[in-house]
Design a protein around this ligand. Structure first.
Ligand SMILES: [Zn+2]
Ligand SMILES: [Zn+2]
Length: 142
């Protein structure tokens, strides 16, 4: 569990690592894909108070602990920040809206690093990271 990193992140923005925020981080750490707020609440039992879920997520995002994932629907989804979760990409289903994690493969990562170098040469833009969203139909919706 990335509790130490989460506590340190919150400390940097002068926020406390409350029991509710801890429970939230635990739910996200145990998930294999980005979760919506209703999914987080359902998975936490009653450990994450509904009244403070959105506020806690905002605080955790400010602290660099949680990242918001934009999907193909209006639902916000949340996952642990990349330095806690590890590098991966997302599969977005346009039918049911599910966002699934997919592992980054070395061959693709190398190609993207080369693309980043090219962008730097041609435009002077310094790439820090990349995000890949593959959009389509999940196996359940096909
Ligand atoms: Zn689907
Ligand atoms: Zn990648």
């Amino acid at each position: 569990m990335p509790h130490e990193e989460a506590a340190a992140g919150l400390d940097r923005v002068d926020q406390r690592y409350t029991r509710g925020r801890r429970a939230l981080v635990e739910v996200l750490a145990g998930a294999d894909r980005p979760l919506t707020v209703p999914e987080i609440l359902a998975a936490s039992g009653s450990a994450v108070p509904q009244s403070s879920a959105y506020r806690s997520l905002t605080v955790l995002i400010d602290a660099g602990v949680v990242r918001r994932v934009t999907g193909t629907d209006d639902m916000g989804r949340f996952e642990l920040a990349e330095h806690l979760r590890g590098h991966h990409h997302h599969l977005h289903c346009v039918s049911c809206g599910t966002v699934a994690d997919v592992q980054a493969v070395p061959r693709l990562e190398r190609a993207l690093a080369a693309a980043a170098e090219l962008a730097a040469e041609e435009t002077g833009f310094a790439v820090m990271e990349h995000r890949i969203d593959l959009v389509g139909h999940c196996s359940g919706c096909r």
